[in-house]
Design a protein around this ligand. Sequence first.
Ligand SMILES: [Fe+2]
Length: 394
Amino acid sequence: MTTVPVSQNAIGWQLHRARAQAAEPYDILKKASWYERPIPQRHRFIFYFGHLEAFDWNLICRDHLGLRSLHPSFDRLFAFGIDPPSDSAPGDAASDWPAIEEVELYRTRVRAAVDANMKAVPEQLMRVAIEHRLMHAETLAYMLHALPYDSKKPQADPPSPLPEERASPAVKIPAGTAHLGRARGSGFGWDNEFDEHEVRLPAYEIDRYKVTNGDYLELVEQGVPAPHFWVKGVHGWGLRTMFREISLPLDWPVWVTHEEADRYARWRGKRLPTEAEYHRAAYGDRDPDPGRVHADFRSWNPVSVYADTGRGPFETRQMVGNGWEWTSTIFAPFKGFVPFPFYPGYSADFFDGQHWVIKGGSPRTAGCLLRRSFRNWFRGEYPYVYAGFRCVAS
Ligand SMILES: [Fe+2]
């Protein structure tokens, strides 16, 4: 009898869990909506159902193991996601896509092949497959959010932690060093997380709390357009949450585009933090404790910015979890960047000056993606992300 090494068991278990987490949106999505495209710049739900397995097949079974394809046309059809500018959405029809049952069969067969061969696959490739899937678990939630309520089966949220007593609104960060990136040989990271480096920063002041809906309402009352998730009702502003519309929770973080965040910061006479300023305030030089923060699929909704769900080394609150945070940094490679030969476009396709770095994580961000070197990025006008912000002053 051969013994499977412990690390192999752990990877297998993590893949199994990631599969369940990424399947959750499909359990909630009513079958009649599987061919819908709620976000015009993304594919239909049915694409991502096939994509997660096609990705694993192409990466692991085709390119690494050289196995013979089980379904060549699906390997190609489901290979790549999209991120076009907002004025050029894809033009395919729902009828262009195969039946759910066919895709389900493909998934079952691919999973069996991946599971049977896992021992022959380097850990780095397995981590790529797992984290790719977990990132889609979050972006599938954004798609689910954009659907009408009668397309999904409502779920309950756990009770929110009670808000704590409020501290002063600003935190002084003394001059010092931000530690960005990750050291080679220090565990898994995506290509854009390398190399590790330091950035010297002068002293600055950063908001202790995320900007709230209530804060942003002041700007909306000046005539600025309301954020994407807000709805105007007869009794004032409401919020379109995942499963129901509620009156605007004034102490929840506001989720906005980069453009809206930047406008608000300037209106306050402040600015958005750079990636380095975010880093120093959020982490110092340690990774956050995923068990404390409002993330890792804990809930479908945010909680109050005053809830005690994670403190930074300088006593900022919730820099990790409860919504990503926009930075003023354009997504670009760190010095020493080398694309993964097996996935060259993961980051490099987005070094186009059109995408901004977001950091931290949302309630739908997997725990492993909360590590401090992880970088995420979106177009500045893309409104579907669970991303808010806080302001800094020099
Ligand atoms: Fe993908």
